[in-house]
Design a protein around this ligand. Structure first.
Ligand SMILES: [Ca+2]
Ligand SMILES: [Ca+2]
Ligand SMILES: [Ca+2]
Ligand SMILES: [Ca+2]
Length: 408
């Protein structure tokens, strides 16, 4: 009887909480095509917050179409810098950096090999496909009747360009400088919207990049990167996703299965929708792109919402919110064998889950919900068993660090 009353109270409270935070609907013309906003429970998260004005999300990518109609007001403006006067007004080492910085400019692969760059203040040069697309996913203006709804529409994007205007020069360059710049400009979320091909053994790890990511962590800055798109299931091979302290994002398709091309390993922090994602494209257009870069952009937006609600919470605790409330994709349970012995996979759906933005925000917050998850108490150091995509065990590796967070 007592249990029944308790249950009734709980159900009533749950219904109340859900009614209180109904999915946020907007009038943007393409909003109905943004299935991921529902799939990742982002619309309901947006009814709690649409992002704090003071939160800047650096997108380290191929630039951004600053003139896009749906990104007007979505781009960070450096108030300390007077535009186009040829003077570094805020003395940060970058002349006229009002709306981000292009660290590479128009250079060939040969010039990049010689360390030649043509940096400038214009991040819209070349064809900034991924950068513009991610900026839209994260922070496109909402309820303006055009285009799409950004996840953290209250926040702004700091576009940082690390790819050449020249498509022949296709590698990310000067990423350590870009990270340093993002930190110095006050970014609270940094999305490295690229993944180096793990099949290319040349120069994937950079101690300078790892050092700046560590510095970001020290300052409570959230760093996110995609797992990459080679379809590999492996450990610690994809950078920047595999650096310590980075939220590494895999992609799921519209059936909530892992996208075949999405890499996955023990370092994967979380999954998000990455298949046929509608967003902004260069030259004022809109269109769909697919991949872990798009999945990671969703997580960057979600982390900006989490940071808005929890401005002073340490990053590992925000990551724990994200992971402990995530939902295991149907084709992934075989990979849960990688969880160490003793894990309760029913109770602790912690690894490889699909993000649930609303749940990540409301759990363990008595004013928002009665729902709780156990606190993070241990860093996992037990060796992992690596599995092939069909679930067969390939090898055993040892690993520790933020990617191995789990509950006890
Ligand atoms: Ca400057
Ligand atoms: Ca200036
Ligand atoms: Ca440029
Ligand atoms: Ca819009």
């Amino acid at each position: 009887m007592f249990v029944c009353v308790l249950l009734c109270v709980f159900v009533i409270f749950s219904v109340f909480a859900q009614a209180q935070f109904a999915p946020l609907q907007t009038n943007d013309s393409l909003a109905s095509q943004q299935y991921a906003l529902d799939r990742l429970n982002i619309r309901r998260a947006m009814s709690v917050t649409t992002g704090s004005l003071n939160i800047v999300i650096a997108v380290i990518s191929d630039g951004c179409d600053l003139r896009h109609a749906d990104l007007q007001g979505a781009i960070f403006v450096n108030r300390g810098e007077i535009p186009n006067n040829g003077i570094d007004d805020d003395s940060n080492g970058y002349i006229d950096d009002v709306t981000g910085w292009d660290f590479v400019g128009n250079t060939t692969a040969r010039e990049a090999g010689l360390g030649i760059y043509r940096e400038d203040a214009d991040v819209s040069s070349g064809t900034p496909l991924n950068g513009t697309h991610c900026a839209g996913i994260i922070a496109a203006r909402s309820n303006n009747r055009i285009g799409i709804t950004g996840i953290a529409q209250g926040c702004t994007i700091l576009p940082i360009k690390v790819f050449s205007d020249n498509p022949d020069n296709a590698n990310a360059q000067r990423v350590a400088d870009a990270l340093q710049y993002a930190i110095s400009m006050g970014a609270q979320v940094i999305y490295c919207a690229f993944a180096r091909n793990p099949l290319n053994v040349v120069a994937t790890f950079s101690s300078a990049e790892q050092a700046w990511i560590a510095e970001a962590q020290k300052r409570g800055i959230i760093v996110i990167a995609p797992m990459g798109d080679q379809g590999i299931v492996a450990e610690s091979v994809v950078y920047p996703a595999s650096y310590n302290g980075v939220i590494a994002v895999g992609a799921t398709d519209q059936n909530n299965s892992r996208m075949v091309r999405s890499n996955m390993g023990a370092q994967t922090t979380v999954f998000a929708s990455g298949d046929n994602i509608m967003s902004t494209l260069p030259n004022g257009r809109y269109g769909t792109l697919s991949g872990t870069v798009q999945a990671g952009a969703h997580i960057a937006g979600i982390m900006a919402l989490l940071r808005s609600v929890y401005p002073n919470t340490p990053v590992p605790q925000l990551v724990q919110r994200l992971r402990s409330t995530s939902i295991i994709p149907p084709d992934v349970p075989s990979l849960l064998r990688t969880l160490p012995a003793g894990s309760n996979t029913t109770r602790d759906p912690l690894m490889y889950g699909i993000a649930d933005a609303f749940s990540a925000i409301i759990v363990n917050n008595a004013t928002l919900s009665s729902r709780t998850v156990p606190a993070l108490v241990a860093m996992e150091t037990t060796p992992y068993l690596l599995c092939a995509p069909n679930g067969t065990i390939v090898s055993q590796i040892s690993g520790s660090g933020d990617h191995t967070l789990r509950l006890r």
